[in-house]
Design a protein around this ligand. Structure first.
Ligand code: GDP
Length: 316
């Protein structure tokens, strides 16, 4: 990849896309093209074709997705399946038709079977049944991987597919109905602290384990893979360590400064019992994460305080 390459980051307003834009800039990639949803609806194939024909990007980072936490995935399987299939089919096919030299398709660790061996190696893909709480999203992502691999096999395209573990960081979704666990618990702990509440309700049993990677580390891995990885085989991106939801909730409360009790709402789903990626393939290439969980959670809480908490207060 050349510093002068024109790089289209699809989904630049989201947590991952915005981190990719920041990280590309710090690595000296100054020719980044973006479009927000009002300018270009990626579900519209004609509009996507026209955009590619006009802009002719050299490189594409596909970070656009309909995403959400466990409850949103249960509530809106149609949107998680259809929006993601439409966006990725349009962008991947237009990228090939317009001579894009390299495309990074961002996957997810939920593509792996619910009861995959831990830590999960890349070879676990399609070796067993998926976790039902996010199978629509997972099927869309698996179809995206297969499309990239098919373009590589049939037409020699250089389309790569990193599989990130659970992510958190700035520009995460802090809406409690759609958030993932970190953003949800940061918001709940903050509001419980402000309200001087006695308790904070956490979903599920607290026993599931999740590996959490700061999105700036994911973006650093993304740029590293754009520069150093040219295989259609999927590659895991994680930090190699996981925590229980109970440990995570306790750590977030400590950082936020909420000192009340944690209570557990067992009517809410636990989801998959454990999701820890085997990151030996990426480690062997020489990439390492830099942001420790405690530091990443603290800086994300700072971001929340500056960007989300004031707006939430002004609406209440
Ligand atoms: P998952 O990795 O696809 O299951 O996605 P999530 O990040 O949404 O959930 C991870 C785990 O955290 C699940 O076991 C949830 O039940 C649990 N959890 C606990 N409290 C919350 C919360 O407030 N929001 C969310 N999204 N998950 C929570």
């Amino acid at each position: 990849m050349e510093r002068s390459d024109k790089i289209f980051v699809a989904g630049h307003r989201g947590m991952v896309g915005s981190a990719m834009v920041r990280t590309l800039a710090t690595h000296g990639y100054a020719n980044v093209v973006t479009r927000d949803r009002a300018e270009l609806d990626l579900r519209n194939g004609g509009a996507v074709s026209d955009f590619f024909a006009e802009e002719k990007p050299d490189v594409v980072v596909f970070a656009a997705a309909k995403v959400g936490g466990i409850q949103a995935n249960i509530d809106q399987p149609v949107e998680f399946l259809l929006d993601n299939l439409q966006m990725q089919n349009n962008v991947i096919s237009a990228a090939y038709e317009n001579g894009v030299r390299k495309l990074l398709f961002l996957g997810s660790s939920c593509i792996y079977p619910r009861l995959a061996p831990q830590p999960i190696p890349e070879t676990a893909l399609l070796s067993g049944p998926l976790e039902p709480t996010n199978d629509a999203y997972a099927i869309a992502k698996i179809a995206g991987i297969k499309l990239c691999q098919s373009y590589a096999r049939e037409y020699g395209a250089n389309f790569i597919s990193p599989m990130p573990t659970n992510l958190y960081g700035p520009n995460d979704d802090f809406d409690l109905r759609s958030s993932h666990v970190v953003a949800g618990l940061i918001r709940k702990a903050h509001e419980a602290k402000i309200d001087v509440a006695d308790e904070l309700v956490v979903w599920g049993s607290g026993t599931p384990r999740r590996e959490l990677l700061h999105v700036d580390d994911l973006a650093s891995a993304g740029v590293f893979l754009l520069e150093n990885y040219d295989s259609p085989e999927i590659i895991n991106v994680g930090c190699g360590e996981d925590v229980s939801i109970r440990e995570l909730a306790e750590l977030i409360c400590e950082i936020v400064g909420f000192t009340g009790e944690l209570t557990w709402d067992k009517s809410k789903p636990d989801g998959t019992p454990r999701k820890l990626l085997d990151v030996s393939k990426l480690s062997a290439l020489g990439w390492r994460p830099r942001i420790a969980l405690r530091d990443g959670l603290a800086s994300t809480y700072e971001w929340f305080l500056r960007n989300v908490a004031p707006a939430a207060l002004s609406h209440s």
